[in-house]
Design a protein around this ligand. Structure first.
Ligand code: PLP
Length: 452
């Protein structure tokens, strides 16, 4: 596969270059030039195939230049998605837990399946992209006998997926900048307890300071002469593409050729874009539902054809509080700027905070399953969609474990969801961070001192 910038068709690069650059030099996003036809591959997937096997076959088909696709899949995915069905009427008696654990109702012809994407190390779907990116970067660097430093600024969540994914990868160090006192205690533990090749810099300042410092470091000539600095942010193709794998896996479990839809809780629209890519490669999907909170720039575009980015507002599904979704540019590229084409394939649903809480409450009371606020947005969207699409089946993506959003969930249903063991373990470990000033000078000094 070759890639080019969404802004300049003449910039044509391979996967390795796209991965290390992240953003194209003209500020555009890298995007596949041709869509491979994988219809035969999809048809040949046996029912019940393991996720790792699906991932291996897709890596082999998409990146023929990669030496050992199945070893890459094996290393990148020590965790897997799961598919469960949320019973529509019956109440199960297994007690409170995450959706998948006790929801064993029979799928009805018109039903919502839950695609659980939170079984990775940070208990959110971003683990799939981050882990794949870390694995391919490690492979590329080792082959060239080079080292690199991943520099990333975080307001909490994405930084932890990145830190976990790159933990103990060879030839790579990770420096995470986070605003002191402004991330949750759990998030701070996720960033600061790993150690080894992961360094947490606790910045005396805001998230905006952290982002500015990282941006300044990337363009600093002195630093780039002495250290290979690279980013691992969510626009990186190495994070985007592997997200297509679980749509394919879910399809292979259900084997429905018609009337199958995916509902995707969306913010920056990377997850949904990856699903649309799988469809472009030939996956028989009837459509997607872009489910957002009040940050509804894309739903508005789908309804009106006008794209009007604006400052984000904060909601309970805060990983989706995005006012100018960067992957919109990729969606436009896929549909060649055709609004009608895009809105024929992507339905939209906007869910308010009140509706999010009502959904968490309603599902809990009916089934005892606990949804996190992001999953709840996608689930309500699925139900609304089903109400006027008789005979459809919707796979609703569950993007995070409810235990990550204890406060919202507890105040809604009066029950404290359990933290997954992978995370509760961290609360016991000692924090290691380096406190620095909110200046490029402070960051440069640290980087040169440790990595030059
Ligand atoms: C990042 C995130 C989203 C939004 O995904 P996008 O790819 O940015 O649309 C949804 N839910 C959770 C829990 C997230 O962390």
């Amino acid at each position: 596969m070759r890639f080019r910038s969404t802004r300049n068709p003449s910039l044509d690069v391979g996967f390795e270059e796209a991965v290390f650059r992240g953003l194209a030099p003209d500020g555009g996003l890298y995007h596949p030039i041709d869509n491979p036809d994988l219809t035969e591959l999809f048809r040949g997937l046996p029912l019940g195939i393991a996720f790792e096997e699906v991932a291996g076959r897709l890596v082999e088909a998409l990146f023929p230049e990669m030496a050992d696709p199945f070893a890459i899949a094996h290393r990148a995915f020590p965790f897997a998605p799961a598919l469960s069905t949320l019973p529509t009427r019956v109440k199960s008696g297994d007690g409170p837990n995450a959706v998948g654990v006790q929801s064993k109702g029979k799928p009805s012809p018109e039903s919502v399946s839950i695609l659980e994407l939170y079984h990775g190390p940070s208990c959110a779907f971003k683990d799939f992209g981050a882990s794949f990116l870390a694995t391919v970067m490690e492979g590329f660097l080792k082959a060239r006998e080079r080292r690199a430093v991943i520099l990333t600024a975080t307001s909490g969540d994405t930084g932890s997926a990145v830190a976990q994914a790159f933990y103990r990868k060879e030839n790579i160090d990770v420096v995470v900048l986070y605003p002191s006192g402004r991330v949750s205690p759990l998030q701070e533990k996720q960033l600061t307890t790993l150690g080894d090749n992961i360094v947490a810099l606790e910045v005396k300042g805001s998230f905006d300071d952290c982002q500015r410092m990282a941006k300044e470091a990337f363009v600093d000539p002195e630093l780039s002469k002495r250290i290979t600095l690279t980013s691992a942010n969510s626009i990186n193709l190495g994070r985007l593409l592997p997200q297509a794998f679980y749509y394919v896996w879910a399809w292979a479990q259900l084997r429905r050729r018609e009337n199958l839809y995916f509902s995707v809780p969306s913010g920056n629209f990377g997850n949904l874009t990856a699903g649309v890519m799988a469809w472009r490669w030939g996956l028989p999907v009837s459509g997607f539902i872009a489910a957002t909170n009040r940050n509804d720039v894309v739903p508005e575009y789908l309804k009106t054809g006008r794209f009007n980015p604006r400052p984000s507002v904060s909601t309970y599904s805060n990983a989706m509080d995005v006012g100018n979704p960067s992957n919109f540019e990729r969606l436009l590229a896929i549909f060649a700027g055709d609004w009608k084409g895009m809105s024929a394939m992507i339905a939209e649903e906007v869910v308010t905070d009140d509706e999010t809480l009502q959904t968490i409450r309603e599902v809990y009371e009916r089934t005892e399953a606990i949804l996190d606020p992001h999953t709840a947005v996608g689930y309500l969207a699925s139900q609304r969609f089903l109400a006027d699409h008789a005979g459809a089946q919707v796979v609703s993506l569950s993007t995070a474990h409810p235990g990550k959003f204890v406060e919202v969930v507890e105040k809604t249903i009066g029950v404290r969801p359990e933290l997954p063991p992978a995370l509760s373990r961290l609360l016991e470990l000692p924090k290691h961070s380096v406190v620095i000033d909110n200046t490029l000078g402070a960051l440069s000094a640290f980087l040169l001192d440790h990595f030059a």
